[in-house]
Design a protein around this ligand. Sequence first.
Ligand SMILES: CC(C)(COP(=O)(O)OP(=O)(O)OC[C@H]1O[C@@H](n2cnc3c(N)ncnc32)[C@H](O)[C@@H]1OP(=O)(O)O)[C@@H](O)C(=O)NCCC(=O)NCCS
Length: 147
Amino acid sequence: MAADFTPYTSEQREACLAVFDENCPEFFAPNERADYARFLDAVGPAYRLCRRDGQVVGAFGLMPGSTPDEAHLNWILLSPSAQGAGLGRAIMTEAAAQAAARGIVRVAIAASHRSAPFFARFGAEEHIRTEDGWGPGTHRVDMVWRP
Ligand SMILES: CC(C)(COP(=O)(O)OP(=O)(O)OC[C@H]1O[C@@H](n2cnc3c(N)ncnc32)[C@H](O)[C@@H]1OP(=O)(O)O)[C@@H](O)C(=O)NCCC(=O)NCCS
């Protein structure tokens, strides 16, 4: 079955945290878990679950920015078992469609040094690199994407 996208509900909080845990510490620093839990507790259906065969395998959020034509691409993550199969590309296509529908022309992405090359493939440009910005050994790369 192909992947689909559905609005986040709090029933899927643990499933999302489980995907985070699968990506920690390779992609996320351990200290980021509390931030993600707080994000999940505050976020609504604007955050999107990525499901494959009915199972939550990832999520992403195109969240409002400081002006109506700006947004942030937040907490995009996939289970390692679902990576490398084109779902990341499907998420970027979905995010671009959401952006177009909402008149968003500028998307800020706070990536890591490991995920930044993925976003660069879709045209995101690096603006600021902060050594150890997400924790020891995990560098923060602030990018701008014009989908
Ligand atoms: C980053 C992530 C979402 C990519 O998803 P994915 O499903 O593996 O990506 P896809 O299979 O759709 O790959 C699309 C293209 O990007 C490339 N790509 C994937 N991850 C890459 C990376 N880290 N660096 C460079 N290129 C990458 C693929 O090779 C593929 O290239 P191709 O189209 O030429 O074949 C996924 O690896 C992930 O969840 N990582 C852990 C969490 C994370 O780091 N999130 C970002 C936080 S800011």
